[in-house]
Write a protein that binds this ligand. Structure first.
Ligand code: UDP
Length: 476
């Protein structure tokens, strides 16, 4: 197993955003956590140190936890390709999809158990009686027994789930249940994801949170937003506005320098400087329905203001051999763009962002979300969309599908607009057009969105829920 180093960050930095009462509650909870844990360690175990929402969240929560005087640690397990094929299979099944249609029988269980037994062998000598071990996602559930045998509290947290079960979710839960059932507590992001067999006394619902001080969410002055998008070759601004030497703050606090980019725009050409941008940022995944956004927008171009442009932005997947589906989905979008009439083609921009520097990528996404007039997330399915929370925090009006965790994130008409049927492209086009035409509504929804994230989806709420969970565990 590998340790991930996380530098402490003072809670002060986060609570300066809050009114005094909320700030004091966070401070009081930090003190309570120190007393409760009394020198015990809070371990987090997951499968990856970077990439994906879980790693992003752990980075922030551990930093604040350490800053609050709690000894939080992060270890990443070692697995074999066979092990990760099985856990990816479980992941897809939990989302209700058939995935690779491979088996999940005794042979797979043996591989899974053996890999986790090896990991426990190196991990358990470090774990002390009374420590809390947070095991994240299907890859770690099989460690519950070993952790408990060491006298530590085992918490298993699932970051994925599906509102309505089907044969695939049943199959995954049949595999995981014998492990998860024995945990001292289980954590889910929303109630609808919890399988029936979970003992409600040991259940905790903890939605994800966003860090306002990460590279992706840090405040950026408009001049920096413009300079970033110009230098990245995305928006047509004069060279003198290109902010030569433009820097950004990396997640580790050091400074990065934005490279000059060319060719990130695959279709539609550079975005005009005065265009109002409708933006969706997503992985090139069919469930995000980038193609549907493209056709829905183009079909309603007549109703859109003349300066409305669509940007569909995702990672550069060409040449990345481990994501063949990504390239396929992007190709599919390019094919759909080619079928558009010329006047629509000019207003639909497909963009692939380089992923070789994740902090630079985060900085560009930050600038794009701040530059957008309307942000959309027309997913067909979504566990909890960080791509919804991120623009909401930036005060943007968001139009998103009423699916999965998005339903908890947006209150329809107050902090964004929900699409009842994500497959209804007409409704989608109409809603976006009407929002672009109504600046007052857009401003009201944007303000409501920022408030909603401040109220519910920042780290202090997340950490407070953890302290409450620890209190219950220690009392047992
Ligand atoms: N993202 C990114 N660059 C891209 C596409 C996506 O940084 O080109 C980020 C996005 O900002 C968000 C995360 O990837 O932070 C996606 O998380 P989300 O929960 O929305 O969906 P997931 O990809 O986990 O299904």
């Amino acid at each position: 197993m590998r340790d991930v180093e996380v530098d402490p960050i003072s809670l002060e930095r986060l609570v300066q955003l809050f009114e005094p009462e909320r700030a004091s509650l966070a401070a009081a909870k930090a003190e309570e956590a120190q007393k409760l844990l009394d020198g015990s360690i809070v371990w987090n175990v997951n499968a990856t140190a970077s990439g994906g929402g879980v790693a992003e969240m752990l980075q922030a929560l551990l930093a604040y936890g350490r800053g609050a005087g709690v000894d939080t640690r992060w270890v990443v397990l070692d697995g074999t390709p066979e092990f990760f094929t099985i856990t990816k299979r479980i992941h897809n099944l939990l989302h209700g999809s058939a995935g690779d249609r491979g088996p999940l029988g005794d042979a797979e269980r043996r591989v899974y158990d053996d890999v986790l037994a090896d990991n426990l062998e190196s991990f358990l000598p470090r774990v002390r009686r009374g420590d809390v071990v947070l095991l994240h996602d299907p890859q770690t559930a099989g460690m519950v027994d070993g952790v408990r045998a060491a006298g530590a509290h085992a918490v298993w947290r699932s970051h994925i789930g599906r509102d309505i079960t089907n044969e695939h979710t049943d199959q995954a839960w049949d595999f995981l249940r014998p492990y998860a059932e024995k945990a001292d507590a289980v954590v889910f992001s929303r109630d609808d994801y919890v399988p029936q067999w979970v003992d409600r006394d040991r259940l905790c619902i903890v939605p994800p949170s966003l860090d306002p001080f990460s590279t992706k969410n840090l405040d950026l002055p408009t001049a920096d937003v413009d300079a970033t998008l110009a230098r990245a070759g995305l928006v047509d601004l004069d060279p003198h506005e290109r902010g030569e030497g433009l820097t950004f703050t990396r997640r580790d606090g050091t400074s990065g320098r934005l490279r000059e980019h060319e060719g990130l725009i695959i279709t539609g050409g550079i975005v005009p400087r005065d265009a109002r941008v409708v933006l969706q940022v997503s992985r090139w995944d069919r469930l995000k329905d980038m193609r549907g956004v493209l056709t829905g927008f183009a079909a309603h171009l007549d109703e859109m203001p003349a300066d409305a442009h669509l940007m569909l932005v995702g990672p550069d997947v060409y040449g990345v051999s481990d994501d063949p589906e990504g390239a396929e989905v992007l190709d599919d979008c390019v094919a759909a763009w080619r079928e558009l009439p010329a006047e629509a083609q000019e207003r639909v921009h497909l963009v692939a962002l380089p992923m070789d520097d994740v902090d630079e990528n985060a900085h560009i996404v930050n600038a794009l979300q701040r530059h957008a007039t309307v942000v959309v997330q027309k997913s067909l399915f979504e566990g909890f969309g960080l791509t919804v929370t991120e623009p909401m925090w930036k005060g943007k009006p968001v139009v998103a599908s009423k699916v999965g965790g998005i339903q908890d994130q947006i209150v329809d008409g107050e902090s964004g607009l929900l699409l009842l049927d994500p497959a209804d492209l007409d409704a989608f086009g109409r809603v976006v057009a009407s929002l672009l035409a109504d600046e007052e509504l857009a401003a009201r929804l944007g303000a409501g969105a920022r408030e909603r994230v401040r109220d519910r989806f920042l780290g202090d709420r997340h950490l407070i829920q953890y302290v409450d969970l620890f209190r219950n565990l220690v009392a047992k």
